[in-house]
Design a protein around this ligand. Structure first.
Ligand code: GDP
Ligand code: MN
Length: 373
C-alpha cells in the first residue's frame, strides 16, 4: 500500500470533521423544532380548554371601596337567624364587595357560632366581646329603683319592660358600639340583626354612596315608638338642647318630631337597620348628648331604646341632607318591611310592595315633608 501524503491526510480528516459537525447540527435543529412544536401545541391546548362560564368566575372585588364594616350584635343562640340573614345579604350585596363582618356579644362567642358564621361568607370576620362597663349599670343608677320599674312594666305588659339585658343592649347600641376596638379604622357601619331579610339585588355599593354623597345616617323604615318606654325622653332632650344650643344644626330635621304641640310624636328611624357614619357617633357632640341622657337614667328607669336615641341625634345634629332613606334596600324585620313601589326599583326585588310599611305611615310622610322643606 502506498503511503498517503500528509497534505491529503489532512484534507480527509477535515472533511470527516465537517460531515460529523453537520450531522450533529441537523439533529440539534430537529430536536429544537420538535420541542418548539410541543411548546406551541401546549399553548393551543390551554386555549382549547372549555372556558368557565362567567357565573362560575369570581370577579375580583371592586378597587374602589369605602372603609365599611357590617356589624352584628348577637348571642351564641342566634346561629339559626344568621344562617338565613347572612346568605341574603351576601347574595344581594356583599358577595361582590366582601366588606368585613364584626360580630359583638356581651359574652364570648363559642366555636360553634364562629364556625357557622365563617361558613356563610368568604369576607373577613372578627368576633368581639363587649367590655363589661359597656353592658352593666353605671355607678349613679339606683338598682333597687330600676328593678321596681321592671316589675311595674311587667305588670303593665310593656314590651321588653321587664328585661334588664334588653336595657343593657339599648344602652350599648346608644352609646358604645361605635367605640368597640374592632370598629377602629372604619368609616361606615351597616347594622344587621339575626333573622332579618334582604329582598333586593343592589346594583351599587351603599357604603360608597354614603361616602360620595357625604351622608351620615341611612335608614329603611320609620315608625312611632311606644310612649310607655320613653315618657320623659323628649323633656330630657329639650333640656339638653337648652343647655347645649351649639349641638342643634341650623338645617336640622327636628320638625318631623314636632306636631306643633309640646310633645314628641314618637317617630323614629327603626335602628335594627342602619347604615351610618362612625365619625358622627364618635363626635364630641354625640358623646355629650349620650352622656347627658345616660346621667338622666332613662335607659334603666324607663326603657329608652337606641332607635329614638339615634334618631333624635341625627335629626338634631345633622343637616337634613346628610340623612338618607334607602328606598331601594328591600328589608324585613318582623313585623314590618320596606319594599320599593317604584317599578324600576321593584324589578330587582322579591317582595310585595303593597305590604311595605310606608303606605299611610305618618312618620315616613313627615320625614319626606321635612326633607323637602
Ligand atoms: P328587638 O329588635 O327590639 O325585638 O330586639 P332584638 O331581640 O332583636 O335585639 C336587638 C339586637 O340586639 C339583636 O341584634 C340581638 O341579637 C341583640 N341582642 C339583644 N339582647 C341581647 C343580649 O342579651 N346579648 C347579646 N349578645 N345580644 C343581644
Ligand atoms: Mn330585632
Amino acid at each position: 500500500m502506498s503511503k498517503l501524503r500528509p497534505g491529503v491526510l489532512l484534507i480527509i480528516v477535515a472533511f470527516i470533521l465537517l460531515i460529523t459537525f453537520n450531522v450533529l447540527s441537523f439533529q440539534q435543529q430537529k430536536r429544537l423544532n420538535q420541542e418548539c412544536q410541543k411548546c406551541e401545541k401546549s399553548v393551543d391546548d390551554i386555549n382549547s380548554l372549555p372556558t368557565q362560564s362567567p357565573q362560575n368566575v369570581k370577579k375580583p372585588v371592586p378597587a374602589e371601596r369605602a372603609k365599611g364594616v357590617i356589624v352584628i350584635l348577637a348571642r351564641n343562640s342566634d346561629v339559626e337567624g344568621l344562617n338565613k340573614t347572612i346568605p341574603q345579604l351576601e347574595a344581594t350585596f356583599n358577595s361582590k364587595y366582601e366588606y368585613p363582618y364584626v360580630f359583638l356579644n356581651d359574652v364570648p362567642f363559642n366555636e360553634r357560632f364562629k364556625k357557622a358564621m365563617r361558613g356563610l361568607s368568604s369576607a373577613k370576620m372578627s368576633f368581639g366581646t363587649v367590655p363589661h362597663e359597656h353592658w352593666s349599670y353605671p355607678s349613679w343608677i339606683n338598682q333597687t329603683r330600676a328593678a321596681e320599674v321592671r316589675e311595674d312594666m311587667r305588670k303593665r305588659n310593656i314590651i321588653y319592660g321587664d328585661s334588664l339585658p334588653y336595657r343593657h343592649m339599648c344602652r350599648f347600641n346608644s352609646g358604645f358600639f361605635f367605640r368597640h376596638p374592632l370598629l377602629e379604622g372604619y368609616d361606615y357601619y351597616w347594622r344587621v340583626e339575626p333573622g332579618v331579610d334582604f329582598y333586593c339585588d343592589l346594583p351599587y355599593d351603599p357604603f360608597m354612596y354614603m361616602q360620595k354623597n357625604d351622608i351620615d345616617y341611612g335608614f329603611t323604615i320609620m315608625l312611632p315608638e311606644y310612649i310607655e318606654t320613653v315618657p320623659t325622653l323628649w323633656k330630657t332632650v329639650k333640656q339638653f338642647m337648652k343647655d347645649n344650643p351649639d349641638v342643634v344644626h341650623p338645617k336640622n330635621l327636628l320638625r318631623m318630631f314636632d306636631d306643633g304641640t309640646e310633645t314628641y310624636n314618637l317617630c323614629h328611624f327603626w335602628s335594627n337597620f342602619e347604615i351610618g357614619s362612625l365619625k358622627f357617633f364618635k363626635s364630641e357632640k354625640y358623646i355629650r348628648y349620650f352622656e347627658y341622657l345616660d346621667k338622666a337614667g332613662g335607659f334603666f328607669y324607663e326603657r329608652w331604646g337606641d332607635a329614638p336615641v339615634h334618631s333624635i341625634a341625627a335629626a338634631m345634629m345633622l343637616p337634613k341632607e346628610k340623612t338618607h332613606w334607602f328606598e331601594d334596600i328591600g328589608y324585613f324585620h318582623n313585623p314590618f318591611r320596606n319594599c320599593p313601589t317604584n317599578p324600576a326599583l321593584q324589578a330587582n326585588c322579591r317582595c310585595d310592595p303593597s305590604k311595605s310599611v310606608h303606605h299611610g305611615n305618618n312618620c315616613h310622610n313627615r320625614y319626606l315633608e321635612a326633607i323637602i322643606r
